[in-house]
Design a binder for this molecule. Structure first.
Ligand code: FMN
Length: 391
């Protein structure tokens, strides 16, 4: 069957990996793994119900114990997690989607409580958001090298669990971003200093993941890199820094770049007079060297086509595919009018949303899911519409 929609056409990466269409499920943490990070059946079902898109980027998995960021987090820190991860990959493959595992270390974006009493650690001993309970300690050079090796071991486990690739999580203020940010990285050794030196950790992680993939995976194993373009903290990451990073990453041995945003059309939060979208500036910097995945408030088939017209190679959706597991199926049978853009709390079980995700959506994401119930509208009336979330 042929489709008028550009996003329904297959996509082939330079390394040969072929996607059946250009829709990507963005990584969405469900806080629904067992206490130690073992995959739960609810998670497997969630992914199985959403197979059919081009590829699914599975939520962040921690690559080591000390890098755990929150309760109910998926883990790839030990071989014992491989059988569960294999179930997720197989569920994703059931309707032809490719399975990508997002891998990370939370760095300072965690707490002693989550780490069962252990102090968080980061590039430098700087607290996030003035959280004085959880000031991290500075990582030693030996520990940094171990974390880089942990990214390699996590990649090997993803390969053994039949994933088609990994996405290195360099976004959302986790450890890789902490090394890039002048706020959290105040080191003067090889891992800190100038904007280019602050990229050294990311580059070392990429090199290690690449090394393992070249040795242990097929030629078309995918390596992606996700980044967040700006930080509001002072000092913080600016677009000037990010465009330098994007230029460097465009020459690195990775297969795609993924810009993390709450709205793909967003402009700079810091340069108020610059009205060009961040993604347009990013695309101009990449100059066709890598495919870019755009994400952020892409909801309808029209939105997806528009993002491709604007230069994205692939379009990712998070919240919309949480609300509508049959999005691609409905487009396929030309039933676009029945695509859900709102969510009733009463349908959350029906849509296969695990308990941890349901709780997350009803708290932190209450204003961001288009809930239809009275309790939500009363809450938003009382406290006002919160700012759309960034990322
Ligand atoms: C419940 C939830 C969990 C998320 N978890 C992750 C995650 O594990 N890793 C990540 O990089 N982004 C995560 N994000 C951000 C999304 O990948 C995406 O960038 C964001 O939701 C904007 O896209 P959307 O408008 O299509 O939802 C999460 C978002 C939501 C709503």
């Amino acid at each position: 069957m042929t489709y008028k929609d550009e996003f329904m056409k297959p996509y082939q990466f330079a390394n040969g990996l072929r996607l059946q269409n250009k829709i990507v499920m963005a990584p969405v943490t469900m806080q629904s793994s067992f206490f130690d990070g073992t995959v739960s059946d609810d998670e497997v079902r969630f992914y199985q119900m959403r197979s059919g898109v081009g590829m699914i980027i599975v939520e962040v998995a921690n690559i080591n114990e000390a890098g755990k960021g929150f309760e109910g987090e998926l883990s790839v820190a030990d071989d014992r997690f491989i059988p569960g991860l294999r179930k997720i990959a197989s569920a994703i493959h059931s309707k032809g989607s490719k399975a990508i595992l997002q891998i990370f270390d939370a760095g300072r974006k965690t707490t002693r409580k989550i780490l069962r009493g252990t102090q968080p650690r980061s590039a430098s001993a700087v607290a996030p958001h003035r959280d004085l309970q959880n000031i991290p300690r500075e990582l030693t050079n030996t520990e940094i090298k171990q974390i880089i090796a942990d990214f390699g071991s996590a990649t090997l486990r993803a390969i053994k669990a039949n994933f088609d690739g990994v996405e290195i999580h360099g976004a959302n203020t986790y450890l890789i971003q902490q090394f890039f940010s002048p706020h959290s990285n105040q080191r003067n050794d090889q891992w800190g200093g100038s904007v280019y030196q602050r990229m050294n950790f990311a580059k070392a992680v990429i090199a290690e993941v690449r090394r393992v993939a070249d040795k242990k995976a097929s030629n078309n194993f995918l390596i992606g890199y996700r980044f967040s373009p700006e930080e509001l903290s002072k000092p913080g990451i600016t677009m000037d820094d990010t465009l330098k990073l994007v230029d460097v990453l465009s020459n690195e041995p990775i297969d795609y770049l993924h810009s993390s945003m709450g709205n793909r059309k967003r402009t700079s939060l810091l340069e108020k007079t610059n009205h060009e979208t961040l993604n347009s500036r990013i695309l101009k910097t990449i100059r066709g060297r890598k495919p870019l995945i755009e994400v952020g408030n892409i909801l309808s088939p029209q939105d997806a086509n528009e993002a491709l017209q604007d230069g994205a190679s692939l379009v990712a959706m998070g919240r919309e595919l949480i609300r509508e597991p049959n999005w691609i199926e409905k487009v396929k049978i030309h039933d676009e009018k029945s695509i859900r853009y709102t969510l009733s709390p009463a349908d959350m079980n029906l849509l296969g949303l695990p308990g941890g995700l349901q709780r997350e959506l009803r708290t932190g994401f209450l204003n961001a899911m288009n809930f239809t119930d009275q309790e939500t509208s009363d809450f938003l009336d009382k406290f006002g519409q919160m700012e759309g979330f960034g990322g």
